[in-house]
Write a protein that binds this ligand. Structure first.
Ligand code: ZN
Length: 375
C-alpha cells in the first residue's frame, strides 16, 4: 500500500508498504532479470542504497523454472535478497522481435529463447507465475509497442493491454502481493490519457507508465508522463518503467513519479559512460589518461574512494572485465544518492531548487541520441 506523506509542487515523498519491507519513495530499482544484477552482489546493492530490485517472471519461469523457485519457497530465498522484489511480467521481452510469434486478445504466442519451442502465455498464466515466484509487487501483462509504430497499431496494443489488465486483476489471488497495472498509448496524447484513466480505474495498487524511454526523446516522454500522472489516484504508486538517466529521473520525480527501474546506469558503465555532477563523461577518452582525480570528487562510493580516473581509463582501455563492476558501482551509487537527496529536498520543500541546481551543473548532451534507456 502506498502512503503519500508530503508533496512539493507535484514531487512526492511517501512510503510503499509491501509484505517484505516498507520503502521510501521515490526509489530506483536495479534490474535483476534472472535473479541477479549484472556484476554487483546483493550485499553491494544494499550498500549502494537499493531497497528493491526487479526480476523478470517470464525469464525465471523458463529458467530455472518454477519447481526450483518453489523448492526455495520463493525468489527472495533463492536469490538471497531480503528486501523488496518486483517482477515484470516479461511483456517487453516476449514482444521483442526475436521471441514474438503472434499476440492477440487471448494472449501471446512466442518462441522459447532457450529451446526454440512454441509457447502460449495468457494474462492469467502470468499472474500465477508471479504469485509462485513470490514477488512483493507483480506487474500485469501489457502489450508494449515499439517506438515509431503508427497510431492504429499503438491504439490496438493499448486496447489489448486493457483487456489483459482486467483479466490480470481477476486472476490475482495472493492478497499479500501488490499488483500494478501498466498503461500504454505511446506518445499520443489521447491514447495516453485514455489508457492512464482506464488502468487507474481498475483495482491495482499502483500504475506503471510503460512504453516510454524507448527513443521518443525527453520532451515527448515528459509530456506523456505529465498526461498520465494527473489521471492516477494519489494513493497509488506511479512507476515510470525502464527510465534511469539522472536527468530523466529528476524530471520524473518533478512530475510526481515514485518509482523507476533501468539498465541505464550499468549499461552505460559497461561502455565507459560515467555519471558525474557535471554530466556524463566517457572514461575511455584519452583526456583522462593522466587524470589523478576520482570519477566524481563529491562521490563516496567504493570506486571513487579508491581509484583515479587515470587507473579506470587504463582498465577500460585494456578491457579488464572488472571495469564493469567499478563503473557500475559508481553509477548505481550516483543514482541512489540523487534519489536520496531528492527525497530529502521534497520533505523540506526545496525540490524545485534542488532540481534546478542539479540540472544547471549536469550537462545533458541534447544532440546525442539517448541510447540504452529502456531496461
Ligand atoms: Zn563514485
Amino acid at each position: 500500500m502506498y502512503k503519500l506523506i508530503s508533496e512539493d509542487l507535484g514531487a512526492r515523498y511517501g512510503k510503499l508498504k509491501t509484505r517484505h519491507a516498507t520503502i521510501e519513495t521515490p526509489f530506483f530499482m536495479p534490474i535483476a532479470t534472472k535473479g541477479t544484477a549484472k556484476q554487483i552482489s546483493p550485499q553491494e546493492l544494499e550498500e549502494l542504497g537499493s531497497e528493491a530490485l526487479i526480476a523478470n517472471a517470464f525469464v525465471l519461469h523458463l529458467k530455472p523454472g518454477l519447481d526450483i523457485i518453489r523448492k526455495f519457497k520463493g525468489i527472495h530465498k533463492f536469490m538471497k535478497w531480503n528486501k523488496v522484489v518486483f517482477t515484470d511480467s516479461g511483456g517487453f521481452q516476449i514482444l521483442s522481435k526475436s521471441f514474438l510469434h503472434k499476440a492477440d486478445d487471448k494472449g501471446v504466442y512466442f518462441k522459447n529463447p532457450f529451446d526454440g519451442s512454441k509457447k502460449f502465455f495468457t494474462p492469467e498464466n502470468v499472474i500465477k507465475i508471479e504469485e509462485e515466484i513470490g514477488a512483493d509487487v507483480a506487474m500485469a501483462l501489457d502489450f508494449v509497442p515499439h517506438y515509431g509504430n503508427d497510431k492504429n497499431y499503438i491504439a490496438d496494443c493499448t486496447r489489448i493491454t486493457h483487456l489483459w489488465a482486467e483479466r490480470c486483476v481477476k486472476a490475482h489471488e495472493d492478497k499479500k502481493q501488490l499488483l500494478f497495472g501498466i498503461c500504454q498509448g505511446g506518445t499520443f496524447k489521447d491514447l495516453r490519457e485514455k489508457s492512464s484513466k482506464f488502468i487507474n480505474d481498475l483495482d491495482f495498487d499502483g500504475v506503471a507508465l510503460g512504453g516510454l524511454g524507448i527513443g521518443e526523446g525527453r520532451e515527448l516522454m515528459n509530456e506523456a508522463v505529465k498526461l498520465s500522472v494527473k489521471n492516477i489516484d494519489k494513493n497509488k504508486t506511479r512507476y515510470l518503467m525502464g527510465v534511469g538517466s539522472p536527468e530523466d529521473i529528476i524530471d520524473g520525480i518533478n512530475l510526481g513519479v515514485d518509482c523507476f527501474d533501468s539498465r541505464f546506469p550499468t549499461m552505460n558503465a559497461r561502455h565507459g559512460g560515467i555519471f558525474t555532477n557535471e554530466g556524463k563523461i566517457d572514461i575511455t577518452k584519452t583526456v583522462f589518461r593522466d587524470d589523478e582525480r576520482p570519477l566524481d570528487e563529491n562521490c563516496k562510493c567504493y570506486t571513487c574512494k579508491r581509484f583515479s580516473r587515470a587507473f579506470l581509463h587504463h582498465i577500460y582501455r585494456t578491457y579488464e572485465p572488472i571495469r564493469d563492476r567499478y563503473g557500475g558501482i559508481h553509477n548505481l551509487y550516483f543514482i541512489q544518492q540523487l534519489i536520496k537527496k531528492s527525497r530529502k529536498a521534497i520533505k523540506s520543500n526545496e525540490f524545485k531548487d534542488f532540481r534546478k541546481e542539479f540540472l544547471s551543473s549536469y550537462k545533458v548532451n541534447k544532440n546525442k541520441k539517448t541510447f540504452f534507456t529502456y531496461q
